[in-house]
Ligand binder design. Structure first.
Ligand code: PEP
Ligand code: MG
Length: 888
């Protein structure tokens, strides 16, 4: 026999917490609470399978459903001594939705079912409170007509408002029993006039109308949207919970409330919540009356004169507080509860795991582990790694009002306010004067590093999640919104406009790099704070993980920051970022503009001591931890001046003609620079650049080892390799320089030469390349770009509609495309290992800091992930979860 209905109540239940898929979250927990012997009003759950049946069968119900519902109603009658549909001894019911995964406020609820013209009189008599009876009836007519019959609730509210106006009332509580009676007459008239059918008087009709309405609401547009956003499949369906009503509005010894077993903002172990005397649940939510505190402690802290539940109803409070402890221990988690007290008797209406802030989540997880309710591993699994971002950057106060003026990509998390500036020079000047600025650019280039550094936040009109602005801002831990394509930047007039609004240079805006929003004015922020719970949980995470976590860093500040966040080495030092500061850019330009190898060498000689000092610093800071340094990667024109006046400056400084500078810039122009003369191709054309960098690395290794006493084993990485011979050529040069330095310095230097795997051909040929490459680092930014054939800098302008139409699940530059790009990573790892069993494998694309991608890296068996400094804690936690999941 098909079972469609599961009963609960009176210390028993046919369902349990494990049956969430069938009974929905609310139904499964009501059953569980009932089995635990807690006071749950008796009722039954119509399963999610009925919802699926309903939609598969032209919105009809399965054959045996009516019979099973009647049986369940008979059980409730037995337990309560009242009968649903018996006007002389009525039982009122509530009908509520309850999906597998909570969809707050998305679906419909009907309370007080079973009321009609007769039963309302009986209830008035039996309760001795006609006002209560008619108040309940008017609530029911409005709710049912709205939810089931589709009559907008505003029409009812208009009637009530004009009634109050005529009678000179202010509050709903001013209305008498007779007033509500009159309102009920008007409400019923409205239904009849508007819908040409009387308000249903038969409780059976009301019940089936209510059940049907809950199923209908599963396909309401707002529910469909919510499911799309939260990845909830439509075929899960919702269950319907039908439960006998208990009344918190039956006088001064009745109440209704909500509670969390621990504080959901701080995680503190203290009962937290509020209640209202003589009220129904909707009144607490509606905010018409100010709810009171549950405990005396909370009342005193809030400075409230209204009595707490603890003081007002000590017995019911004591029982409730005991149940809270019991449920928390039973579910091993903080619970979010709803309860009602009817004439002094406590009833439990709901329990579920409570939503909480990240700060609270950390405290609750570590406390629960310390209390022995969960293991340390379970505590590690309970925290969402991405949510740690909330702790590491200032964030917009959730209570603050947001005036959103534009939206872009959430390129680098955190939020910052400042004056609009349009150039890096201005940003630097303003910073020097102690002003806060947001740097607004169409897109940024390596020349903007100093401006980005000076600015509090960055906003670009173009560029995706791996654009220059995004990568550099993440590295610096600065909030950045990139690709805000709705903004227009007018550099000549120094304005930023969105639609018909225009902002001037100096106007204050806020960028929220966590949501991608750009907001008008300055907004209240919450400052980051790292608690002891954070440190404890990270310690447990480190004990659980098997992959190492390194960082992408090239400046001493970034390297130190990453170390303080727990980085275990540098996985990617992008050396090009080191050539933009002060004198270096001139020496770099001199090298690029040189006529021949001799001219280049002369310029490189100037760069050598600077590079050596940079690397010595990094090795020194990292104290023997592994450091992977990548040879120069970007196309050379990125280093050349763009504007005419910059070109003139360069010409003057280098004693060249302006024509020469222009001509060289033109020669270096490429149609597709990302697929052009960059990566190891530069070292093939200009081997002296690689020679200089290799020498700087080896000399620095010697210096740092002498200084700190810790041996340094540099890892030198060749970018953008596609064929083995190009790697071998460059490795040959590096080995030669190594031999030379060792001879000159008369020391032994251990080092490794490896490659980035960031082109599909390198992944396909990994077994060959591994014959000579000693490590691989998957550069999944370029690998994504070249596998999809999508430019990483232009993707933002067209990937939006792809995501909106469900053509892609996620931006592949944010979370690794496991089916496509991931296959190449897996193949590269397997083929590399087949040749060289102990080859070291890592990832240094932006995906190295993305939790879902990190889980994938664990499945491929990578040795480490490398990410920007601020993502190191996220990666440590995600790697721990990946290891724990892999173990299961
Ligand atoms: C990559 O391509 O994934 C990478 C790390 O290199 P970059 O982002 O510097 O091109
Ligand atoms: Mg790359």
């Amino acid at each position: 026999m098909d079972k469609w209905v599961y009963e609960f109540g009176d210390g028993r239940a046919e369902g349990s917490a494990e049956m969430r898929n069938l009974l929905g979250g609310k139904g499964a927990n009501l059953a569980e609470m009932s089995s635990l012997g807690l006071p749950v009003p008796p009722g039954f759950t119509v399963t999610t399978e009925v919802c699926t049946y309903y939609y598969d069968n032209d919105k009809s119900f399965p054959a045996l459903l009516t019979e099973q519902v009647e049986t369940a109603l008979a059980t409730i009658a037995q337990l309560s001594g009242r009968r649903f549909g018996d006007d002389d001894n009525p039982l009122l019911m509530s009908v509520r939705s309850g999906a597998r995964s909570s969809m707050p406020g998305m679906m419909d609820t009907v309370l007080n079912l079973g009321l009609n013209d007769k039963s309302v009189e009986t209830i008035a008599d039996q309760s001795g409170d006609a006002r209560f009876a008619y108040d309940s009836y008017r609530r029911f007519i409005q709710m049912y007509s709205d939810v089931v019959m589709g009559l907008d609730h505003h029409a009812f509210e208009d009637i009530l408002e004009s009634f109050k106006h005529r009678a000179g009332y202010v509050l709903d509580t001013d209305l008498t029993a007779d007033d509500w009676k009159n309102i009920v007459v008007e409400y019923k008239k409205l239904v009849e006039n508007e819908l040409e059918t009387p308000f249903p008087q038969d409780p059976q009709d009301q019940l089936w109308g209510g059940i049907g309405a809950v199923f209908q609401s599963w396909m309401a547009p707002r529910a469909i949207t919510y499911r799309a956003i939260n990845n909830i499949p439509a075929n899960w369906g919702t269950a319907v919970n039908v439960q006998s009503m208990v009344f918190g509005n039956m006088g001064e010894d009745s109440a209704t409330g909500v509670a969390f077993t621990r504080n959901p903002s701080t995680g503190e172990k203290a009962l937290y919540g509020e209640f209202l005397i003589n009220a129904q649940g909707e009144d607490v939510v509606a905010g018409i009356r100010t709810p009171q505190n549950l405990t005396e402690a909370a009342r005193i802290e809030a400075g409230s004169d209204e009595p707490s539940l603890e003081a007002k109803m000590p017995e019911a409070f004591a029982e409730f507080s005991k149940i809270c402890d019991q449920l928390e221990a039973h579910y091993s988690d903080m619970q979010d509860l709803e309860f009602t007290i009817q004439e002094g008797k406590l009833w439990m209406l709901q329990t579920r795991s409570g939503k909480r802030t990240t700060k609270a989540a950390l405290k609750i997880a570590t406390d629960l582990a310390a209390e022995g309710l969960i293991s340390k591993e379970e505590a590690v699994l309970r925290i969402d790694p991405a949510a740690l971002d909330q702790l590491l950057h200032p964030t917009i106060d959730p209570a603050a009002k947001r005036n959103v003026i534009a939206k872009g990509l959430p390129a680098s998390p955190g939020a910052a306010s400042g004056e609009i500036v349009f150039t890096s020079e201005e940003a630097q000047d303003a910073k020097a004067q102690g002003r806060s600025v947001v740097l607004v650019r169409v897109e940024t280039s390596p020349e903007d590093i100093h401006g980005m550094h000076a600015a509090e936040g960055i906003l670009t009109a173009r560029g995706g999640m791996t654009s220059h602005a995004a990568v550099v801002a993440r590295g610096m831990g600065k909030p950045c919104v990139s690709g805000a394509s709705g903004i227009r930047i007018d550099l000549r007039n120094e304005t930023l406009s969105v639609g018909d609004k225009t902002y001037q240079r100096g106007d204050i805006i806020t960028v929220d790099g966590t949501s991608g929003q750009v907001l008008e004015g300055e907004i209240a922020m919450l400052q980051p704070e790292l608690s002891e719970d954070f440190a404890t949980l990270m310690q447990w995470a480190d004990a659980a993980r098997t992959m190492a976590v390194r960082t992408n860093a090239e400046t001493p500040a970034d390297a130190r920051m990453a170390l303080s966040f727990g980085a275990e080495g540098i996985g990617l030092c992008r050396t090009e970022h080191m050539f933009f500061d002060g004198d270096r850019i001139m020496a770099m330009r001199e090298m690029i503009l040189a006529e021949d190898a001799a001219g280049r060498r002369a310029a490189l000689d100037k760069l050598l001591p600077m590079q050596t000092a940079d690397f010595t610093d990094l090795f020194d800071i990292m104290r023997g931890k592994p450091v992977t340094i990548r040879l120069l990667d970007p196309p050379l024109h990125e280093f050349l001046p763009q504007s005419e006046s910059d070109m003139e400056d360069v010409a003057k400084a280098l004693n060249l003609s302006i024509d020469k500078v222009r001509q060289r810039t033109r020669t270096l122009h490429e149609f597709n620079p990302m697929l052009g003369h960059r990566g190891c191709r530069l070292a093939v054309s200009y081997p002296e650049i690689a020679d200089m960098q290799a020498r700087a690395i080896f000399e620095a290794a010697v210096e740092a080892a002498q200084k700190t006493g810790a041996p340094v084993t540099p890892e030198i990485m060749v970018p953008l390799v596609s064929v083995k011979p190009e790697f071998d050529l460059i490795k040959g040069r590096i080995d030669a320089v190594a031999a030379l330095v060792m001879k000159e310095r008369d020391v032994e230097i251990k080092y490794q030469v490896g490659t980035m795997v960031e082109l599909p051909r390198a992944a396909l040929q990994a077994h060959r390349i591994a014959e000579t490459a000693e490590f691989f680092s998957f550069g999944t930014n370029d690998l994504t770009q070249t596998t999809f054939g999508i430019s990483r800098d232009d993707a933002a302008s067209f990937l939006g509609p792809y995501a909106a139409q469900g053509l892609i699940e996620q931006d592949p530059f944010v979370s690794l495309d496991q089916d496509g790009v991931g296959e190449l990573v897996r193949m590269g790892a397997e083929r590399g290992r087949a040749t060289r069993a102990d080859i070291k494998l890592g990832i240094c694309g932006e995906h190295g800091g993305d939790p879902a991608s990190i889980i994938f890296c664990q499945s491929v068996g990578l040795d480490y992930v490398s990410c920007s400094p601020y993502r190191v804690p996220i990666a440590r936690l995600a790697a721990a979860q990946a290891a724990l999941m892999h173990r299961k």
